[in-house]
Design a protein around this ligand. Structure first.
Ligand code: GUN
Length: 288
């Protein structure tokens, strides 16, 4: 059996990031610097790394970014006040509040407080609703990145069977909607699914987004299928790993994404794209 083609998320990302740099330079000629405001509450080490990478990517591609690092004891009221300031700041085109938030803060309330026009994560109900009705303004970055990977490798979606494992608001649900929009027949599996393998064995595309190691092994994959791994877990030795058992999956699948180097770089790239597009819209509205 041939081994799967390993999808190179870094290469696809670099190509898209190059386009971001070009478009950011064009905006600069019009006097607009795309601006992303990132807010991190508390000191979760993984979130600190993600946020640092987001800020760094902005700097590398002609976007301006600010990072508010607020203490874990920050009150919900203080956070909402900060969001109100960022909503009113004309130099900010995108606002991202890193999740998860400390338990004493209602994350739904916080997400709804972000102006839908600046919600580059695409988590606000107005944007989630727009995505559901097929007129998305900002697509959530990770599922959007997955769609871009499928597109880059000319992997057909329309008419195919797709299985999404995971039902989070950040990945699973929007992923299912984007695949549906692209013409796939979509099944969402999750922790209560009785027989996961019965679903995945019939799937042409499987997206694993549960945050648990080895939820998908080669024996659960249809030969030639495309397997996308959104997981970000740690092995017992502390190494980064995904949700799938990569060595056994590559023996069966037609395409597979590695961790690291698959979906991860795409998430940040699509954040840059969403922020840039928000700034482009802002510039167009102010030209009139
Ligand atoms: N935490 C994990 N992924 C994400 C993401 O895409 N956006 C935000 N804001 N927080 C996250």
């Amino acid at each position: 059996m041939n081994q799967a083609t390993v999808i190179d998320g870094v290469a696809v990302s670099n190509k898209l990031r190059h386009e971001v740099s070009t478009r950011a330079a064009e905006l600069l000629n019009k006097g607009v610097v795309p601006g992303l405001a990132v807010v991190l509450v508390g000191d979760d080490p993984a979130s600190a790394v993600y946020v640092r990478n987001k800020v760094k990517a902005c700097e590398q591609h002609g976007l301006r970014s600010t990072l508010d690092r607020l203490p874990a004891e920050t009150t919900e009221g203080d956070l909402l006040n900060r969001i109100a300031e960022l909503n009113a700041d004309a130099t900010v085109h995108g606002i991202l509040v890193q999740l998860p938030l400390p338990k004493h803060i209602d994350s739904h309330k916080v997400i709804e407080a972000i102006s839908a026009e600046k919600d580059v994560d695409g988590f606000h109900v107005a944007n989630a609703g727009a995505l559901m009705t097929g007129s998305a303004r900002f697509k959530p970055c990770t599922p959007y990145g997955v769609m871009k990977l499928l597109e880059a490798y000319n992997i057909p979606v329309s008419g195919k069977q797709a299985v999404v494992i995971g039902r989070s608001n950040i990945v699973g649900k929007p992923m299912a909607l984007l695949l549906l929009e692209a013409g796939a027949t979509v099944t969402i599996c999750h922790s209560k699914t009785a027989d996961l393998a019965a679903h995945t064995r019939n799937a042409d595309i499987v997206v694993a987004a549960v945050g648990k190691r080895k939820v998908l092994t080669g024996a659960m994959v249809k030969p030639g299928a495309t397997v996308i791994d959104v997981g970000m877990n740690k092995t017992d030795e502390g190494k980064l790993c995904g949700d799938i058992d990569f060595p056994s999956v590559v023996e069966v699948a037609g395409y597979a994404t590695p961790v690291p180097g698959g979906v991860g770089p795409m998430t940040i790239t699509m954040l840059l794209v969403n922020t840039l597009e928000s700034a482009e819209l802002f510039a167009a509205q102010n030209e009139k």
